[in-house]
Design a protein around this ligand. Structure first.
Ligand code: FAD
Length: 116
């Protein structure tokens, strides 16, 4: 792990980006306005162009083409993103994440209150 004052490596960049994306999805409205939908689509479609890990970006671009983002509301968007993250997990030999736990992980925290 590079020290905090060093530029992020691919792992740190990934952790930070997933935290942002899952958090944005967790707090996305249940009934987004057309403006909110359009901006979420822009954000997601910008990743294959601008994400600063070129092979990550191009693979993610292919996945987005196969599975277009569902920006119709918080649940479908969080689900869609969880599935895309699981595709990356699978590619890297990491454990699959249970997508039923997305809200707990990124918005509500565990029931035991340990994150309150
Ligand atoms: P991360 O995968 O960073 O996950 C962080 C936390 O998110 C986990 O601790 C877990 O609590 C939670 N989580 C895990 N899976 C899910 C899920 N499905 N839904 C919701 N929450 C979940 N790295 C590469 O080496 N090659 C690549 O091609 C590559 N492509 C990437 C593409 C994108 C768009 C992004 C954002 C990152 C990519 N990465 C890639 C980085 C990689 O996904 C990881 O971020 C990095 O390997 C660090 O992994 P980690 O085990 O710390 O946990």
């Amino acid at each position: 792990i590079p020290p905090a004052h060093c530029p992020p490596d691919v792992e740190q960049l990934g952790q930070a980006t997933w935290a942002f994306l899952h958090s944005a999805a967790a707090y996305y409205p249940e009934r987004p306005t057309p403006h909110q939908r359009a901006n979420m689509l822009n954000l997601l479609h910008a990743l294959p162009v601008l994400y600063p890990c070129s092979h990550c970006a191009s693979d993610f671009g292919e996945k987005i083409k196969q599975h277009p983002p569902d920006v119709s509301g918080q649940r479908p968007l969080s689900r869609w993103l969880c599935e895309r993250h699981n595709e990356v997990n699978e590619k890297l030999g990491k454990e699959s994440f249970d997508c039923h736990k997305t809200d707990e992980r990124w918005r509500d925290g565990p029931e035991d209150g340990s994150c309150d």
